[in-house]
Design a protein around this ligand. Structure first.
Ligand SMILES: Cc1ncc(COP(=O)(O)O)c(C=O)c1O
Length: 385
């Protein structure tokens, strides 16, 4: 029997939008050529790629030429951080990031530390935000790069990327933002924000997996991290996956159309979920009280292990740590950085909602969560009989 899951794990990945799937199928049959080929068919595929860059550029208010295609946000983060750190190493080796970044940023900086770079790891406050004063006090004459994510994948906290960019720009410090959880989900005007680089990925907003992009503002110094053919101004060589790129572009166009409705719906559903569980004894909110991204609600509950809760909640699909860390039983380093204790962090469940989420699914999630907490408490040693 196939179990029909109730999917509340949109921060891990999203289903393909029907418009995206249709566009990809069309391109797979009509424009599967190599966009670098110097013949009419190749030019047809190159036009498909350009159209997608225009769609994504329109969503973000940037020129198509500022977008470099990659395999996803992991690769974009690697390219951005390694590419600037190495290009600028002769000027200084001080780099700044946050303790609560995704592993695809944290581990890049850890690798750079091993190569002799000096990394400052900024702490968040209890809600997960980094203050501008904290960022400013970390800036030094030899600082070359600041990398701070926009929306946190575990808690939904939103950083003040405009404020941080304004601190970096006059000092000539390159500012990179991991926008994997924000592009296509919240309004972003990269044409006016003081941001030099932003990582993004299609599968977090109803596009295909395996395709991402790095926004690179004109004049940003970047050393390539891969070598091969001369594609994409040699910054990221390799034959372009035309169908994935076309899907990415279509996902961006769909996002531009439905973003306001999506956000309004998410606000209502997240509120419904929180109101439905907040009175449970020992429940702790790990997402910010106000101002967080409405698609993510992270909650802990006293005396219960998140992994047991996850099993008890099936067929509800939710997450403990981020999907990439979910194989590990370690408490989330993100929640630990927010000041949660090990048991508190270990009890956390991340509910993440999306375009297809329904009120009935939230009702189901509320009753499942309440029942699972009750059941696990009754099973615990020392429980009243
Ligand atoms: C904040 C953040 N950065 C980077 C990534 C990695 O993205 P991708 O799966 O496209 O490599 C993710 C995905 O989990 C993410 O949430």
């Amino acid at each position: 029997m196939t179990v029909v899951p109730v999917y509340l794990d949109y921060a891990a990945t999203t289903p393909l939008d029907a418009r995206v799937a249709a566009r990809m199928r069309e391109v797979q049959t009509t424009a599967y050529f190599n966009p670098a080929s110097n013949h009419a068919a190749g030019r047809q595929s190159a036009a498909v790629v350009l159209h997608a860059a225009r769609q994504l550029g329109a969503l973000l208010n940037v020129e198509p030429a500022t977008l470099i295609w990659t395999s996803g946000a992991t690769e974009s983060n690697n390219l951005a951080i390694l590419g600037v750190a190495k290009q600028r190493a002769h000027r200084g080796k001080h780099l700044i990031t946050m303790r609560t970044e995704h592993k695809a940023v944290v581990d890049v900086f850890r690798a750079l530390e091993k190569q002799g770079f000096d990394v400052t790891w900024l702490p968040p406050d209890r809600e997960g935000r980094v203050s501008l004063a904290t960022v400013e006090s970390a800036l030094r004459d030899d600082t070359q790069l600041v990398s701070i994510m926009h929306i946190n994948n575990e808690t939904g906290v939103v950083q003040d990327i405009e404020g941080i960019g304004k601190l970096c720009r006059p000092r000539g410090i390159i500012f990179h933002v991991d926008g994997a959880q924000s592009v296509g989900k919240v309004p972003l005007d990269l044409g006016s924000l003081p941001i030099d680089m932003m990582s993004m990925t299609a599968h977090k907003f109803y596009g295909p997996k395996g395709i991402g992009a790095l926004f690179l503002a004109d004049g940003t110094p970047l050393e390539p991290q891969m070598f091969g053919g001369g594609q994409q101004r040699r910054l990221r060589p390799g034959t372009l996956p035309v169908d994935l790129i076309a899907g990415f572009g279509e996902a961006a166009a769909a996002a531009a159309q439905t973003m306001d409705d999506d956000l309004a719906k998410l606000v209502a559903l997240k509120n419904q979920l929180w109101v439905g569980i907040r009175d449970i004894d020992g429940v702790q909110l790990n997402s910010p009280e106000t101002g967080g991204y409405p698609g993510i609600l992270n909650v802990g509950v006293a005396d219960i292990e998140g992994e047991s809760l996850l099993l008890a909640l099936e067929p509800l699909c939710v997450a403990t740590g981020s999907a990439c860390n979910s194989q590990s039983q370690e408490p989330s380093y993100v929640l630990r950085a927010l000041g949660r204790t090990d048991p508190e962090a270990q009890s956390a469940i991340r509910f993440s909602l999306g375009r297809q989420s329904q009120q009935a699914e939230i009702d189901y999630a509320i009753s499942s969560y309440r029942a699972a907490v009750e059941k696990l408490r009754a099973l615990a040693p020392g429980a009243a009989v």
